[in-house]
Design a protein around this ligand. Structure first.
Ligand SMILES: Nc1ncnc2c1ncn2[C@@H]1O[C@H](COP(=O)(O)OP(=O)(O)OP(=O)(O)O)[C@@H](O)[C@H]1O
Length: 676
């Protein structure tokens, strides 16, 4: 039962503390008597228990204010009548028993308020109407990091300049839910004026530290962002991801995983893992906390899935597992791709090593073919030592160029590089050419001559066409190589030298040894580091590069503007067999630059024999009368003979054949085409 009644409060001083104490005592007596609950308040929305002094005083009912009285319970009819009568009656504040009750209740209320004041988590600061701090609870001490002892009695603005309590006293207006920074803390504060008898007697600030709250909400935001990112990653990765909790229930699968198993997400998430597939490995990971890799599972015998299973640890405890899976076919595809990539990487690494290893003095040697690069890497390595080098290769393949590069890449680079073409010097002179002679040592030795070996002291001597050296001189050379000492022709003093020897030949020295034309011991002395330069026809990819290089260097040198070569002309050059190798190519380009009227070299600018060679596969070479191919030397003899007949001089013949005049001279002598 609920009964209510409105009354006008007639006590002159309103519902102040002592009157309230008597009301509370009466309400308690009635509640004991009728077992009803009694409430009072200004209206229905603000009813408070009539049995609590704090509640009753806080209704703030004044003289002549309307006030609502409510009773709930079985005897509400009676209790409300008795209570209203009491409220309308006189309050005898002087009566002794009443006074004791009042004192006791006020004491209780004060103690309660004290407890609340000291123990609530909110900070409370009270100031009087002058703004002097009169109360400062422990929570306020903690939040402001100020001690109550030090601040009580002080003027509020000198302690907390932005407190606004003075403003509240002046304006009489409350402020609710205001944000404020104190020390490092952020607080939310309510500031209220305190009225007594309609006059402001002070103000109170009640505030709460929300820094932790703010930090937590910041962290929450970060976690949300993190989660969103993680979701995005999981949704877009190519691996299938499945999370199983410690009870064996599937908690999450990403789209790749459900696609892989061909099951919709809702048909798998929330189900025990055993219902989806029969595999106990996840259980092992849950039990041991150790991951397992490469678990193979088959679904319907056609989809094979390979998974790594990792434990999810939370505070050191295994809380579940995560499966990272791929289809076997994908792994196979990846493995193939990886193989391809590592083969490519290996190739590139090799290429890079080759490039890196080459000293800059090798930069003049043009060509990117593997066979050439291999030889150059070897040569570059040889440059780091002082060992004897033997360079093999057909005429015009760049043997001298490489010998020079070795010298200039070596520690001897500041000392002389002396070249001697053993084929170009008459045999009668070669000894004195190499070792020098004393004055008058032979007819014609008018002056003393310093030999090439002496000239090369400290540096490198390059003996080109070593295969042309007579047996007699081979012996002398061997001695020099062994002893690093020699005598001048006609001299007796021994001259010691510090030289590095590089030799080169286009002859088959092994055959010559068999025929007794070359000393085996000398061969081994010379062949310490063999370097073989491949003929140009075996590295056709270098032809466009070399053609372009010669075009630019020679057109500059000849001061003639020719800037390119047509693709057709390049094709023609590439298909030719280049018996004279790079030298022949260089000569042709030089000749073409001299004679062409075009800015771009055309097929018609190139010599006819290149075109014939290109147009039909007919050979330039006739077979013997018996239908057999003759020996190279026979052809060489015939070619030089014909060319000399037509062009007369060694120089002109050399140009046409793409070899030096020295080579022509040496070969002509060798084949008995001219007098020795
Ligand atoms: N890879 C190359 N890059 C640039 N120029 C080259 C290259 N190979 C050779 N040459 C040039 O070709 C010409 C012939 O080279 P080189 O004299 O070194 O050959 P060789 O093998 O010593 O010949 P020979 O056996 O007839 O003496 C030279 O002018 C040289 O500069």
């Amino acid at each position: 039962m609920l009964r209510k009644q409105s009354i006008v409060f007639e006590h002159k001083k309103g519902l102040h503390a002592r009157v309230a104490a008597l009301i509370v005592r009466k309400a308690n007596q009635l509640q004991n008597k009728y077992k009803d609950k009694l409430f009072i308040g200004r209206d229905e929305g603000n009813l408070l228990p009539a049995t609590s002094l704090i509640s009753v005083t806080s209704t703030n009912v004044k003289y002549k204010d309307e006030m609502l009285v409510v009773s709930k319970g079985g005897n509400a009819d009676k209790s409300i009548i008795e209570f209203v009568d009491f409220l309308k009656g006189r309050f005898d504040l002087e009566n002794k028993s009443n006074r004791d009750t009042i004192d006791q209740l006020l004491q209780e209320a004060t103690l309660t308020m004290d407890k609340v004041f000291n123990n609530i988590a909110n900070g409370v600061i009270i100031v009087d109407k002058e703004g002097i701090i009169t109360a400062f609870n422990p929570a306020a001490e903690r939040i402001t990091e100020l001690s109550a002892n030090k601040v009580i009695g002080e003027e509020i603005n000198s302690i907390i300049p932005n407190s606004r309590l003075k403003y509240i006293i002046d304006s009489g207006e409350a402020e609710v839910g205001k944000r404020q920074e104190i020390n490092q803390a952020t607080i939310i504060t309510n500031r209220t004026p305190i009225f007594y008898n309609n006059k402001i007697i002070g103000a109170v600030a009640v505030f709460q530290d929300i820094s932790t709250l703010e930090r937590l909400s910041g962290e929450l935001k970060e976690v949300k962002v993190l989660k969103e990112r993680l979701d995005l990653i999981l949704e877009s990765v190519q691996d299938g991801i499945c999370v199983i909790n410690k009870d064996g229930i599937i908690e999450y699968v990403n789209p790749t995983y459900s696609k892989m198993l061909d099951i919709d997400e809702e048909d798998i998430v929330g189900y025990p893992v055993e219902e989806i597939y029969d595999d106990k490995n996840y259980q092992k990971v849950l039990n041991t906390g150790e991951g397992i890799t490469g678990v193979v599972r088959e679904k319907n015998n056609d989809i094979v899935i390979i998974s790594n299973i990792y434990p999810i640890q939370v505070d050191g405890e295994v809380d579940g597992v995560v499966l990272v899976s791929k289809k076997k076919t994908e792994i196979e595809k990846l493995a193939d791709h990886l193989k391809e990539l590592s083969a490519k990487a290996e190739y590139l690494e090799q290429e890079l090593k080759r490039e890196k290893k080459l000293d800059s003095s090798f930069k003049r040697i043009i060509g990117r073919s593997g066979v050439l690069k291999d030889s150059l890497v070897r040569a570059s390595k040889a440059a780091e030592t002082s060992s004897t080098v033997l360079i093999r290769g057909e005429s015009g393949t760049g043997k001298e160029l490489v010998a020079e590069a070795i010298h200039y890449a070596s520690s001897r680079k500041d000392k002389p590089f002396i070249r001697v073409n053993c084929a170009a010097i008459p045999s009668s002179l070669i000894e004195s050419e190499l070792f020098g002679h004393e004055k008058g040592s032979f007819t014609g030795a008018i002056n003393k001559k310093v030999g090439k070996f002496e000239l090369a002291d400290g540096g490198t001597i390059f003996l080109d066409e070593i295969g042309e050296l007579s047996i007699e001189l081979q012996v002398k050379l061997l001695r020099v190589l062994q002893e690093r000492e020699f005598e001048r022709v006609g001299g007796i003093d021994r001259i010691s030298v510090d030289i590095r020897v590089i030799t080169a030949t286009n002859r088959n020295l092994e055959e010559m040894i068999k025929d007794g034309d070359f000393r085996e011991d000398l061969y081994y002395r010379l062949n310490v580091i063999p370097i073989i330069l491949p003929p140009l026809r075996e590295r056709k990819e270098d032809i466009p590069l070399l053609s372009d290089y010669f075009l630019h260097t020679l057109s500059d040198k000849l001061n003639k503007k020719v800037d390119s070569i047509s693709q057709e002309a390049i094709d023609l050059l590439t298909n030719y067999s280049w018996p004279g190798n790079v030298r022949e190519l260089q000569n042709i380009i030089e000749r073409v630059i001299n004679f062409t009227d075009h800015l771009e070299i055309q097929v018609e600018d190139l010599p006819d024999y290149l075109k014939n060679n290109y147009k039909n596969e007919n050979s330039l070479i006739n077979l013997n009368s018996n239908g057999e191919v003759a020996s190279l030397e026979e052809y060489e003899r015939e070619i030089i003979k014909q060319a000399l007949k037509k062009h007369k001089s060694f120089n002109a013949t050399g140009k046409v054949l793409g070899v030096t005049h020295k080579t022509v001279a040496a070969k002509a002598r060798k084949y008995g085409l001219v007098k020795k």
